[in-house]
Design a protein around this ligand. Structure first.
Ligand SMILES: O=C(O)C(=O)C[C@H](O)[C@H](O)CO
Ligand SMILES: [Mg+2]
Length: 402
């Protein structure tokens, strides 16, 4: 069997997605997600100009060898552009292998370790009352795990909350939106949010929160300690993780569980965090962390150290990534939870999928491969629209972490 085509499809059904389609001489095709929110065309060009030509004529079954060829062969290693491109190739090749075997991908990953995959949703409110109401709506929908984000009194904007009350979508058309941030106001308010959730809904649901890289280690330690009575499932991205050692300081002060990894691309980004058990959940995902092959490696390493998975699943990771992620989630022994934000209706039409959602759980389905396809004619009706993630500034104008 040989690869005869590799095409990059860029489409914007409600938001931008980059998809790699690999076709074999037997007429079997596989898909991989290559979307890097706000920097989509960089990965599309890397694939088109530097990767696709290398794939033609290769045996698609040699997944590990092709992964190593693209990783070691580039000489320039790691980074979000490279690793998203390799991930797209890897995912498409696993899709092909599973289709040829006539099996859903999770069967090739060792089979199901559970019946369903627990997913967490996003409850967001512009103020405390709205956030608590929305949390309740998600509980009524059957979610067993809910992330809560809320507007902060006295702050013009914050991460994870749409101003207009529409579904939250981080990227916006045009130039990057400028948002504002005050750690003092946030730290003052956010424990009251969790107190409100537990007072109204009790402890039956898993409560999650994303700090979105905005605190220093000592601030994160202070917050983690303050919110211990509300027993969060996790506090996500408390501080930027380039310096993995800084998590030692947070850990020394709090038993609030920590989750990190949505911006990680390789096992080396989280090696120290996992080995020293400085985190509880690793949130890397298929598209940005080198595909099924490399993410499986990260998860297996995490399993040795009692760290569970909690893969990123925002709406900027395409339905193809979601399909692939669900197969891994179903198979690995150390699964924790999967993020699921949902997709615009047009995106679900462009990407017909076997995965399904049922009252807070998901399943990848039984279709051979990863079970997600693309309607190319429909995709062509949604051309790429430049869009960026916001940036954040302090009140005095200093640029800070978004
Ligand atoms: O879903 C999350 O946890 C996020 O933090 C979402 C990110 O801001 C988003 O994926 C950036 O593109
Ligand atoms: Mg996050």
């Amino acid at each position: 069997m040989k690869i005869v085509r590799a095409d990059v499809i860029v489409t914007c059904p409600g938001r931008n997605f980059v998809t790699l389609k690999i076709v074999t001489d037997d007429g079997v095709h596989g898909l991989g997600d290559a979307t890097l929110n706000g920097r989509e065309l960089a990965v599309a060009a890397y694939l088109k100009d530097h990767v696709c030509p290398l794939l033609i004529g290769r045996d698609p079954h040699r997944i590990e060898d092709i992964w190593q060829y693209l990783y070691k062969g580039a000489y320039w290693r790691r980074g979000p552009v490279t690793m998203s491109a390799i991930a797209a190739v890897d995912t498409a090749l696993w899709d092909i292998k599973a289709k040829v075997a006539g099996l859903p991908l999770y069967q090739l990953l060792g089979g199901a370790s559970r019946e369903t995959v627990m997913v967490y949703s996003h409850a967001t409110g512009r103020d405390l009352a709205e956030a608590l109401d929305v949390y309740g709506q998600h509980v009524d929908l059957g979610y067993k795990a809910v992330r809560i984000q809320c507007g902060v009194p006295g702050m013009r904007s914050t991460y994870g909350v749409s101003k207009d009350g529409e579904a939250y979508e981080p990227a916006k058309a045009g130039l990057p939106e400028e948002q504002y941030w005050s750690t003092e106001k946030y730290l003052d308010f956010v424990p009251r949010l969790f107190e409100g959730v537990r007072a109204r809904y009790g402890f039956d649901t898993h409560l999650l929160h994303d700090c979105h890289h905005r605190l220093t280690p000592i601030e994160a330690a202070r917050l983690g300690k303050a919110i211990e009575p509300y027993r969060l499932y996790w506090m996500e991205d408390p501080t930027p993780a380039e310096n993995q050692q800084s998590f030692e300081l947070i850990r020394r002060h709090t038993v609030t569980p920590l989750a990190v990894g949505e911006v990680f691309n390789s096992i080396f980004d989280c090696k120290q965090l996992i080995e020293a058990q400085l985190i509880d959940y690793i949130r890397a995902t298929v598209v940005h962390a080198g595909g099924i092959t490399h993410l499986r490696r990260i998860f297996d390493f995490a399993a040795l150290h009692n760290v569970r998975s909690g893969s990123h699943g925002a709406s900027d990771l395409s339905p193809v990534c979601m399909g692939a992620a669900l197969h891994l989630d179903l198979a690995i022994p150390n699964f924790g939870v999967q993020e699921f934000m949902g997709y615009p209706a047009e995106a679900l039409e462009v990407f017909p999928h076997a995965w399904r959602f049922d009252r807070g759980t998901m399943h990848p389905g039984e279709a051979p491969g990863h079970g997600v396809d693309i309607d190319e004619k429909l995709a062509a009706r949604f051309p790429y629209r430049p869009a960026y993630l916001p940036v954040a500034r302090l009140d005095d104008g200093t640029l800070c972490n978004w």
